[in-house]
Design a binder for this molecule. Sequence first.
Ligand code: ZN
Length: 315
Amino acid sequence: MTITKHTIKRIFLKTKLYKLNHLKNQFYVLPYHSIVEKPNGFYPENDLLSFKKEMAHLAQNYTVIDFKTLVERLEKKQSLRGYVVITFDDGFLDNYELVYPVLKQYKLPATIFLTTDFINKKSTPWFIKFRYAFMETPKNHIQIKIIDTDYNFPTNSKIERKVASDKVMSYMRSCPEEQRDQFLNTLYEILEIDNFKPLENLMLNWDQIREMSDYGISFGAHTVSHPVLSQISIESAKKEIKLSKEIIEAETKKQVYSFAYPFGKKSDFSQELIPIIKQLGFKCAVTTETGKNNFETDLFALNRNFPFEMSVLDI
Ligand SMILES: [Zn+2]
């Protein structure tokens, strides 16, 4: 019998050896987006049943705190063994409809990072429209020019569509904004998708946000329009970050402590932004770089990852 990583994880879970996580002074920031009953495999989604198991596991085995407490403990050099911060990016409606009741059930704090233009249905995230177009295209094959190269992608199966959308997405992330919007319009024509109606009502509104905020859920800033910050000027990036903080503070009447870089890989934002984010009054910022954190991790470039045993809770 070959022992797979998966088997080892399961053994660690059964024997509670995952508690070795608690030995070192390290903590996790968990990266969720949307939670749904049936993930479609295209959006950044996790399924509700697994999510419930994960929250039950965290409530039982970890100390779940918010960013304010995290920063206070870090400043005082207090232990962070077995500590976890739960986060959700973008502000999806399911965070209110499905996530909020589970958080209440287990009395868990969490932070939702809001992209303020997405709230109240003002706009649907372009990356969601993009994935939707690949998911729903009637075409079985597409031909597309990226920079100077012609690409041919089969789009028969769900897997082929996912492969094609991942490939094109990696180009989009490195593309200046104006060029990206132009490219997206051409792409939707090629994919023969012009109706995005099913994507309406996908995001939270301010009433839901205020209700959760009053209960104790924290809200962090995630810019106004979700740009790739490294693809716009520092001035525009500053405006995006500052304005999203001000809007959330005005709507919730609470201070915004934390920031999440859109897309969040090191290449998606410039290090020059870190002093600006500090100056704007944020106490910490999260990336989507994977890994644990400890006292040495930059508070303005926190890693996000799940404790390893969480991927086998289902079995
Ligand atoms: Zn995001």
